[in-house]
Design a protein around this ligand. Structure first.
Ligand SMILES: [Zn+2]
Length: 57
């Protein structure tokens, strides 16, 4: 299975079963670190990195 990053859409890895060519979604190490950093910053100084996204009701 091909592992596609849900954020930047790159192919970042392969997953068993390798003969299966379908896609599975996750986060590449880069985006994973970025998310972790955002969460860390939010915990430390309360700046919500997701706040600029207006919720659609
Ligand atoms: Zn990514």
């Amino acid at each position: 299975m091909r592992q596609i990053c849900m954020d930047c859409k790159i192919l970042f890895g392969q997953k068993e079963p390798l003969h299966d060519n379908s896609e599975t979604h996750g986060l590449c190490p880069e985006c994973f670190n970025l998310r972790m950093k955002q969460i860390q910053e939010y915990k430390e100084n309360g700046i919500d990195p997701w706040k600029k996204v207006e919720p659609k009701i």
